[in-house]
Design a binder for this molecule. Structure first.
Ligand code: HPA
Ligand code: ZN
Length: 343
């Protein structure tokens, strides 16, 4: 039986190795770093203090957040900026016992401001290499296309990524979901598949269940980011279960973007009950109030998750990753040993 003390869930969460599969690196830009980089780069920001920035982080929907997220990334100009941002994230992840990360970046959010693709990619990749050497965190980098832009722009971005593709694990699809269905990006995802890249897409965060189906059928994604609204369609749920499709759920993000009215209504427990391979992730932790450990703790407390359910979430994070079968098995064996010791 678990330790009956009130924090047994937190102790278990801390002890479990975890992978994070849904993290926008630009969304890990903490207000303190926003200020430091604005000063370092001579970029004007419309905030007088770190407190004023935090106070502005109040959102009623995804677009509300995106407007401030794109404004925030305007302070990222140099390779060093992207390096510092990414290493700061990895340091936070290490504190949460994260062993593997698959992180997104939004190159179009940088190239449209005149920051070269390679400035962002090289800074992030340098830090990911350092994170593996110094912190023991393995990683994959996922290039996200901005879905509010057209497919031509996405195709040009994939082309620009050519020299870096050997160090890019896959492509994803993010930004404003409603009105921008996955099928808009059918050709660029087909091209990415042809290049041997993994494929993921945000779907069902605000968009309806058919967007999830389209991401699976038209884009052929390996994983769905968010996927909350898939639960509205029983046939889609049955398919997600039978095909063992991973959903990268982001509880604090869902709360802050009003996708759910309270954490007690997070879909995580329902997904586990249905047999869906759900995972816990932080999405944009600097904006939503917590890194991956905080997301596990919040959802475990609010949903009163059992020890088995918490262990399943950690196991799912590796099972749903793009690690080799051998690496996945090694991490999962460690999880099983911790679960056995905890029981
Ligand atoms: N949804 C869509 N696009 C995003 C998000 C998100 O939660 N975070 C950063 N870009
Ligand atoms: Zn996201």
């Amino acid at each position: 039986m678990p330790d009956p003390s009130p924090n047994w869930r937190h102790a278990l969460i801390d002890a479990l190795p975890k992978a994070e599969l849904h993290l926008h690196i630009e969304g890990s830009l903490e207000p303190e770093m926003l200020f430091a980089l604005a000063r370092r780069n001579g970029v004007a920001i419309p905030f007088a203090s770190v407190e004023a920035v935090r106070a502005a982080y109040s959102f009623t929907n995804l677009q509300d957040f995106l407007d401030i997220y794109y404004q925030g990334m305007g302070v990222l100009l140099t390779r060093q900026d992207f390096f510092d941002l990414t290493l700061a994230y990895l340091t936070r992840a290490k504190a949460d016992n994260v062993r593997h990360v698959e992180i997104f970046f939004d190159p179009q959010g940088h190239t449209e401001r005149g920051v070269a693709f390679g400035t962002a990619a090289d800074g992030i990749l340098d830090a990911l290499a350092e994170g593996e050497a110094r912190l023991g965190i393995t990683s994959g980098l996922i290039l996200c296309f901005l879905r509010h832009l057209d497919e031509e722009s996405a195709l040009a971005t994939l082309n620009e990524a050519g020299p870096w593709l050997g160090r890019i694990a896959g492509v994803g699809l993010d930004s404003s979901e409603l009105g921008h269905p996955p099928a808009k990006f059918a050709r660029v995802f087909a091209a990415a598949r042809g290049l041997g890249l993994k494929l993921v897409a945000h779907a069902g965060e605000e968009g309806p269940p058919p967007y999830v189906t389209e991401a699976l059928d038209v884009l052929g994604v390996d994983r769905i980011d968010h996927g909350n609204r898939a639960l509205e369609d029983p046939a889609l749920v049955a398919r997600i279960v039978s095909e063992a499709i991973t959903l990268t759920v982001c509880p604090l993000s869902n709360l802050k973007l009003c996708v759910i009215p309270g954490l007690a209504l997070s879909p995580v427990k329902r997904m586990l009950d249905l047999g869906i391979r759900a995972t816990i992730n932080s999405d944009d932790p600097a904006y939503f109030g917590g890194y991956v450990g905080a997301n596990y703790r919040a959802v475990a407390d609010a949903l009163e998750l059992s020890a088995d359910e918490i262990v399943t979430l950690a196991r799912n994070s590796f099972a749903g990753s793009f690690l080799s079968e051998e690496a996945r098995a090694r991490h999962i064996a460690e999880i099983e040993a911790i679960a056995a010791a905890f029981a």
